[in-house]
Design a protein around this ligand. Sequence first.
Ligand code: G3I
Length: 382
Amino acid sequence: MIDRRALLATAAAALSTSAVAGTAVRGQTAEPSLHALATQKGIIFGSALPAAPVLNRGTADADAWLAVIAAECGALVCENEMKWPALRPNATDFTFGRADAIVDYAAAHNMKMRGHTLLWHHPQWFPDWLTNHDFGSRPASEAERILTAHIRRVCAQYPQVVSWDVINETVDADTGELRETSLSKAMGQSVLDVAFHVAREAAPKAQLVYNDYMSWEAGHERHRAGVMRLLEGFRARGVPIDALGVQSHIGSGNSDDSVGFDTAQETEWRRFLDQAIGLDLKLAITEFDVHDKNLPADPAIRDREVAALGRRYLDLMLEYPQLDTVMAWGVSDRHTWLQGRWPRADGLPKRPNPYDADYRAKPLRQAMAEAFDAAAPRPPLV
Ligand code: G3I
């Protein structure tokens, strides 16, 4: 049994006392973790994590970061380490070291693993060797051989993964059409069906997910329609898919600053989710964070608005008993992909995560706790 209070106290020891006062105080109370609150309702809660803190244990920042992870999370997903560029230096070899480090850490802390991703079917995120691969005189079978070998080997390496993002982001957000890659050029769009079939065979107990970032924002209509066409096609062809992964990078500073509540967009979004569950799919929030790009500079105002939006969004999503997973895309503002993208006009660091850059719990953490607390119980995934 992991002592979460002791782990949060480690965060206090790892960083200067003033910086982590909030965390330490929270850790010394009987306040339940986000994982505990979610589990009570049959929901898996966890976070993305890169290998860096696991490999750098013993340094102040890594220890403080992992203290929050260990205290709050019941599941992990590798932020980048299971993607093709990380696992595949070439057409024959696999480099599992960095992903293994995260998976071993999860096992040691009794956490579940999500897998991201067996195929990010987007040319930008293919390794160069795969984009430039010579598929020979029988391109379809060579592409299928490479894809199949990859999925089988990766699933065999990580049998503990409870849910796989089999395909990530293959619908072009602007057109709603399927993206083309070297694999689809060689074997056609059957690449997507094959990936799911091989995943089912290689990971028969895992939930199989199509994961994407379509949202309710204006401008996402084609994206949503394209994703729904894809899901309907999967169902019509008997492709083994279990769930839709809704990434949930929400907030101010995305393509549309309006948040959609109480508008036609909210109605459209619910219709989209209803269509997905109408296909007998489960739902998962796979990459939750709340962008604060266009919110005022004052951190108190930003934190309050981020928390309010996060709460409302989670409440809406958790209305669906089919939603069995909520994964944060990082726990701390110190380490978020959003710091390096779309900078704020005032140049200030962003605050999109439940803990701040000094690992102090923020209002978003409280909002998440309250959303889990308010959610109806549901059958757990595992
Ligand atoms: O590790 C190298 C480092 O050696 C090199 O010096 C540095 C120079 O740019 O790059 C480092 O790799 C970066 C990697 O993150 C690790 O930090 C890559 O350039 C960068 O492209 C990569 O970004 C990741 C991105 O996916 C692309 O893989 C983000 O961390 C990660 O948060 C983001 O996650 C995606 C999900 O997979 C899918 N949904 C959207 C989400 C956010 O974009």
